[in-house]
Design a binder for this molecule. Structure first.
Ligand code: IMP
Length: 423
């Protein structure tokens, strides 16, 4: 058995949560491998929208184990809120949620450091979600971090106080007002909540599951263009978001990876600062934002919108070894007379189909124009009923990338999905 990986190929918000939820019945285990509550995975069923931040998107199904891997960073306050809102729906979590002993904890002081660091950057700020992600991963690689496993050890309080003091010293570098004690009570309540779940050596668990022939889906967060190494640095998140991170974030060997499902939106969005070559800072961009409800699931910030960028998409496919493409939000593109796809970047009259070292320097995207379609797609239930122009749009993507588009999502609900392989 192999582990299939599902991840985002753009700047996050590709609609991964919905797709994982739909695919979950085919798997026994859904495992998150990186990121933290900066993620906002939306899924919708029975006309209700649910947003998950730390818990894998398979949680609303009966029989699957949901594992939070060692590569994830967890904020106990957000974790507790999330668990409570899931339990209100009558979903029981204790038997089906496992958390890695080696996952790192986001402290209240990490969040303050995140805010202080962003404030100090002024106009060069990253546009972070301010969930403490960067400072927590810094402590992880700096070998100062606190891990879930520490919660069960006798010296936990001392370790917590020592790290908090370190953060207090660091905060002296910033001209930033804060109250370190403010969020602490809720944080410790969150810790007690975490202790109610199965805290496991997840690398052993997951490899045992594999040996037993269980089917595993690794769920990525954010997107490839936000990867700490290959994204539009420094406007990125603080973890590796590519398929290789499923190995390090779960403890599985590279030869255990099976399918790599790359999720992308039929157009592009980005929240936060940083380069975005095919951005539409005009009425078309506004139209996409309103029609696609493009507002951050975690922060509510308006997302920047633009045309599909094939240069970035091909780069992401290469880095991840994508075997199948899953395209979301095609319904949002209905009603355009024509659509554009960015196929190259132009700078000083030089045209390139590669993502450059400094994406900031792109002067002009090069577009091909495709015919649009008018049909409302929300109620389409068969691939054959999709408009010809959309088939053409999909064929263009397949021809350019060499990867099949296996799934097309036509709306936010579980039901609004078409499997092209099966028809
Ligand atoms: P951070 O990871 O919260 O520090 O944010 C760094 C950058 O990544 C910012 O531009 C965020 O808006 C972006 N980002 C982080 N998580 C997500 C996500 O789940 N979806 C989309 N953008 C994200």
């Amino acid at each position: 058995m192999k582990v299939d990986v599902l991840l985002g190929l753009q700047w996050g918000d590709e609609g991964k949560g919905k797709i994982v939820d739909v695919l979950t019945p085919k798997y026994d285990i859904i495992a998150r491998f990186q990121g933290g509550p900066n993620a906002g995975h939306s899924l919708e069923f029975n006309q209700v929208k649910h947003i998950l931040h730390s818990i894998p998107s398979g949680i609303f199904h009966e029989n699957q184990i949901n594992l939070v891997g060692n590569g994830v960073v967890i904020d106990p306050v957000i974790f507790k809120e999330e668990v409570e809102s899931i339990m209100k729906l009558g979903v029981s979590l204790s038997e089906k949620l496992m958390i890695s002993r080696k996952a790192h904890l986001i402290l209240p002081s990490h969040r303050i450091l995140d805010a202080a660091s962003e404030a100090s950057k002024g106009i060069t700020k990253i546009g972070s979600t301010l969930k403490g992600i960067g400072p927590t991963y810094m402590d992880k690689t700096g070998r100062n971090g606190l891990r879930i496993g520490d919660l069960l050890e006798p010296g936990f309080q001392q370790k917590y106080q020592a790290l908090k003091q370190k953060h207090r010293d660091l905060l002296k570098l910033y001209d930033y007002e804060y109250n370190l004690e403010e969020g602490e009570e809720r944080w410790f309540e969150g810790i007690e909540e975490i202790k109610k779940y199965q805290i496991v050596d997840s690398e052993y668990e997951i490899n045992n599951f594999l040996q037993q022939g269980k089917r595993i889906l690794a769920e990525g967060a954010q997107g490839t263009m936000l990867d700490i190494d290959f994204g539009s640095y420094p406007y990125v998140t603080s973890s590796n978001t590519i398929s290789a991170a499923a190995c390090t974030g779960l403890g599985i060997a590279p030869n255990k990876i099976g399918e790599v499902f790359g999720v992308f939106k039929a157009y592009c969005t980005r929240v936060g600062s940083g380069p975005f070559p095919s951005e539409l800072a005009d009425d078309t961009g506004k139209h996409l934002r309103e029609k696609g409800s493009e507002y951050g699931a975690t922060t509510g910030r308006p997302r920047r919108c633009g045309w599909l960028d094939l240069v970035a998409l091909k780069y992401a496919i290469m880095l991840n070894g994508v075997t199948r493409l899953l395209m979301t939000k095609v319904d949002v593109l209905s009603g355009f007379e024509s659509l554009k796809i960015c196929t190259a970047y132009k700078k000083n009259n030089r045209i390139s189909d590669q993502v450059p070292y400094d994406l900031m320097e792109i002067s002009e995207p090069v577009y091909v124009e495709m015919k649009g379609w008018n049909q409302d797609l929300l109620s389409v239930r068969a691939v054959k009923d999709l408009p010809d122009e959309l088939h053409e749009y999909i064929r263009k993507i397949e021809n350019e990338t060499g990867v099949p588009v296996s799934i097309v999502s036509t709306g936010p609900d579980r039901e609004q999905i078409l499997f092209r392989d099966e028809q």
